[in-house]
Write a protein that binds this ligand. Structure first.
Ligand SMILES: [Zn+2]
Length: 160
């Protein structure tokens, strides 16, 4: 099932990231209504439809015209809107666990997620549950131990 990770609007352009069999990038020209997608169909697909659906419901980030990449805009926005950032990272990790055979992308996402730990125990718990799956698959990766200690350690004097 395709799920929209985020939508960014910059001028008349709409950018969206859709998590399907793989992760796809969608670009829609709101002026012409034309959509492009990185899936095999290249557009006119359920990914473009899914991004439009979210956009029409107001679920998008308004970016200014000097946008560098839509993804950079998403993380800039997430830094200011922590709850939004947490939802995105959990969604991305959940998807990457199913699709990233190297473990590199998931590892990167976990490192990003660790920076979002702020004493929110629900977030830590949800992250830990996803990490258990990562740990089972990539138990022999050095990064696994690093993430485990940072995720399960007791930082800032909190008791375990
Ligand atoms: Zn598509």
């Amino acid at each position: 099932m395709a799920r929209v990770s985020w939508v960014v609007k910059s001028g008349k352009r709409l950018y969206g990231r859709v998590l399907g069999t793989y992760a796809y990038l969608v670009v829609i020209d709101l002026g012409t209504g034309q959509g492009m997608c990185t899936c095999p169909r290249g557009g006119n697909c359920k990914h473009v439809m899914a991004v439009l659906w979210e956009y029409e419901r107001g679920n998008y980030i308004e970016a200014d015209a000097n946008l560098i990449t839509a993804e950079a805009e998403v993380w800039r926005f997430a830094a200011e809107n922590r709850e939004f950032g947490k939802e995105i990272i959990l969604r991305e990790i959940g998807h990457a666990l199913k699709t990233d055979e190297s473990g590199s992308r998931v590892g990167e996402l976990f490192l990003k997620a660790l920076e979002m730990l702020d004493g929110d125990e629900t977030f830590r718990l949800r992250l830990s549950m996803l990490f258990e799956e990562f740990e089972r698959i990539f138990y022999d990766h050095a990064i696994t131990g690093i993430i485990a200690s940072r995720l399960r350690g007791s930082p800032e004097g909190s008791s375990p």
